[in-house]
Design a protein around this ligand. Structure first.
Ligand code: AP5
Ligand code: MG
Length: 215
């Protein structure tokens, strides 16, 4: 299964990708997670990327395309992958198409998660992520353990730097301007499957799996 998860900030891409990893036994490739790891490591790329991420803008296409293309060459992607947060521009989508074609591969599906703006803001403001294992939570919709720590590994939960309301609104604007055109791009390719992301997490998961099985 070679899959793209498309959707605005807070739509549930990361949450659903983690569940699909278990369902299909293929890796999640999250450009956001890869960039945050580079920021934490203070690599030259991470230091540069942080400026864009803190402002809620997009990291330049060439940087992101480079890290995804390198990742796709790794052996664990041969049987499929879940792209979470990539592509985000038409240029990135064109580069992905070319890279996959060079590898004699093509996408099977692009799942677009649809959620209204006010719910997105509520989800991001209440999101917490384990600083140790990366598991995502929501204070109201997917609460952590009663001690306020990660229910999987006991790690401390963190609130993402870009989950402040002003930055969230910028990220939404950037999504509408630069990423939403990909819905038409993939509709024209016959790959787009729109899913109502407003349901509960498990229900959204079931709908995605059904859509993928239906082809
Ligand atoms: P990235 O990390 O990809 O952030 P994003 O796209 O803004 O998306 P989020 O991770 O915020 O949301 P999500 O859809 O994963 O939602 P989640 O499952 O966590 O990118 C961050 C930055 O990196 C970008 O701004 C950019 O600067 C840079 N970047 C990344 N990729 C790039 C690229 N390709 N090109 C250029 N720059 C790039 O869910 C959110 C919350 O809601 C959680 O708390 C969850 O528990 C809860 N939740 C999930 N589903 C439900 C549900 N059904 N009901 C109720 N609550 C739910
Ligand atoms: Mg995410």
């Amino acid at each position: 299964m070679k899959l793209v998860l498309l959707g605005p900030p807070g739509a549930g891409k990361g949450t659903q990708a983690a569940m699909l990893v278990a369902e299909f036994d293929i890796p999640q490739i999250s450009t956001g997670d890869m960039l945050r790891a580079a920021v934490r490591d203070q690599s030259p790329m991470g230091i540069k990327a942080k400026e864009y991420m803190d402002a809620g803008g997009l990291v330049p296409d060439a940087v992101v395309v480079g890290i995804v293309c390198e990742r796709l060459q790794q052996a664990d992607c041969q049987g499929g992958f879940i792209l979470d947060g990539f592509p985000r521009t038409v240029q990135q989508a064109d580069a992905l198409k070319q890279t996959l074609s060079d590898m004699n591969m093509q996408l099977d599906s692009v799942i677009s998660l649809e959620v209204n703006t006010e719910s997105l803001v509520e989800r991001l403001i209440g999101r917490r992520t384990c600083g140790t294992c990366g598991k995502g939570f929501h204070l109201k919709f997917d609460p952590p353990g009663s001690d306020g720590r990660c229910s999987v590994c006991g790690g401390e939960l963190v609130h993402r730097d870009d989950d402040q309301e002003a930055t969230i609104r910028n990220r939404m604007d950037v999504y509408h301007q630069q990423t939403a055109p990909l819905e038409d791009y993939y509709r024209q390719d016959g790959l787009l499957q729109a899913i109502n992301g407003m349901d509960e997490i498990v229900t959204v998961q079931q709908k995605i799996v059904s859509a993928l099985q239906a082809g």
